[in-house]
Write a protein that binds this ligand. Structure first.
Ligand code: UD1
Length: 429
């Protein structure tokens, strides 16, 4: 099995550049199905989730031209409603965006139920509620989602989401873009990638207003045209390197970021005693020795992101006192704590609350990546630990971090990717 081997104890020094946002790219690529004309997407992260989504689009008849690593041209003019590569769809969470984009383009959809990291129950009832409000009939049967419209198109409607859901907000925006009339989404999620999706759609001729607030209005248009769009930098990738520097020590300049998107993370790191200096499109992170314990509660944006919870909890394992972390989005996102215990962490979990008593040092151990961000957390633990840490199930990590090992090596980390002949398959968030 492939693994990362890390010899810990080296502070991180230098500069790295952040890639395009995974959670924006994985919505925008399925949304290209709505576009007639050539879409040139820039700043696409080179991660396996993106590869799988592009392959799914090709399976639906789109022409996909991977120009260089981070630029791709997609022409979905001649797509047809055919069976998609379902074995790929069921591996990734973001395949649920094909429900919205197929409905918008074909007036019908057939997808698998989404896969993804297992954080407990992850229903798609709010997606279904949205599509139903737009006039579709949706049936979930034998692991597939079937959706249909009586007259071949969706019709604008008012939808109040019972739960602030990133995926449902984006899926309804995608679907409604080529529906007829006005759709209003209330209690919408406000994450930066929702604004990015809206900007992408608008630059192709859609009319989406209010993205980034809790009320989004979508005025359906007859067609979307091609164009060029550059995806925003990845908030969570940046936050992961910021936290790695905070935990392992050193000074790192993180380039190609939107500092405003990082404010919730920067503020928490400052509370932990770390210096964070914002530039125009960069942040400088400097460790000032042992971290201070803090309380963290994850919430939808602009709250502290759940996708940063494992990384920050891991850093807090080495803080000078007791921290309390409350997971406010998912009901089961602490499985990785068992792995941290193998490294000497003093953590206890009760429901959605983790109590972390900081220890003087973590010890290298053999651990696994339980999911994408938990895997990143293990890497941070390994960077801080005394001795050697090896991490298996790294396919999770590689689904969401472009060139993780190379970027850390550039910062002076002693980390290597030890390859095995037979890679395993898995699912990401
Ligand atoms: C997306 C991200 C994921 C991130 C999460 C929250 C992708 C591919 N994944 O996941 O990295 O952790 O946002 O920022 O972009 N819920 C329901 N019914 C629904 C939908 C969601 O009950 O129909 C619940 C979920 O179980 C969860 C909460 O709402 O407890 C938030 O989920 P949501 O924001 O939808 O997350 P995802 O879109 O799955």
């Amino acid at each position: 099995m492939d693994k990362y081997v890390i010899r810990g104890g080296r502070p991180l020094q230098g500069a790295i550049s952040i890639s395009g946002a995974k959670n924006a790219a994985v919505a925008i690529i399925p949304a290209v199905l709505l576009v007639e004309g050539v879409c040139r997407l820039e700043n696409i992260p080179q991660i396996s989730d993106v590869d799988m989504l592009l392959t799914i689009l090709e399976g639906l008849g789109a022409k996909v031209d991977r120009l260089d690593g981070s630029t791709v041209e997609i022409d979905a003019t001649d797509v047809h409603f055919v069976d998609a590569p379902y074995e790929l769809m069921q591996k990734i969470r973001a395949s649920y965006y094909f429900i919205g984009s197929m409905l918008g383009r074909f007036g019908m959809a057939k997808t698998t139920m989404p896969g993804g990291c297992n954080f407990g129950l992850r229903p798609i009832d709010q997606h279904v509620k949205g599509m139903t409000a737009l006039g579709a009939t949706v049936e979930i049967k034998d692991g597939f989602v079937y959706a249909n419209t009586p007259d071949g198109m969706l019709h604008g409607s008012k939808i109040y989401l019972d739960k602030v859901s990133v995926g449902a907000t984006m899926n309804i925006i995608i679907a409604a873009s080529r529906g007829r009339g006005r759709t209003i989404i209330e209690n919408a999620a406000r994450e930066p990638h929702i604004v990015d999706l809206a900007n992408f759609l608008n630059s192709m001729g859609a009319d989406v207003r209010g993205a980034g607030t809790d009320t989004v209005k979508v005025y359906g248009v007859d067609r979307l045209h091609g164009g060029t769009y550059s995806i925003i930098p990845d908030q969570i990738e940046a936050g992961t390197y910021m936290t790695a520097c905070a935990a392992a020590g050193g000074e790192v300049r993180i380039l190609n970021v939107i500092p405003r998107h990082l404010e919730c993370i920067s503020a928490k790191l400052r509370e932990m005693g770390v210096t964070v200096v914002e530039g125009e499109d960069s942040v400088l992170v400097r460790s000032n020795g042992r971290l201070r314990p803090v309380s963290v509660k994850t919430l939808p944006y602009p709250g502290f992101p759940t996708d940063m919870q494992p990384q920050v909890s891991t850093a807090l394992c080495l803080a000078g006192g007791t921290s309390m972390v409350t997971e406010g989005v998912y009901d089961n996102r602490y499985k990785y704590m068992n792995e941290l215990r193998k490294m000497g962490a003093d953590v206890s979990v009760d429901g959605c609350v983790a109590v972390i008593n900081g220890v003087e040092a973590l010890n290298g151990a053999e651990v696994k990546a339980c999911d994408l961000r938990a895997g990143a957390a293990m890497v941070i633990a390994g960077l801080c630990a005394q001795g050697e840490t090896s991490i298996v199930d790294i396919h999770y990590i590689e689904r969401g971090y472009e060139n993780f090992v190379g970027k850390l090596q550039a910062l002076g980390a002693d980390i290597t990717h030890v390859k095995d002949e037979a890679p395993a398959a898995a699912a990401a968030e």
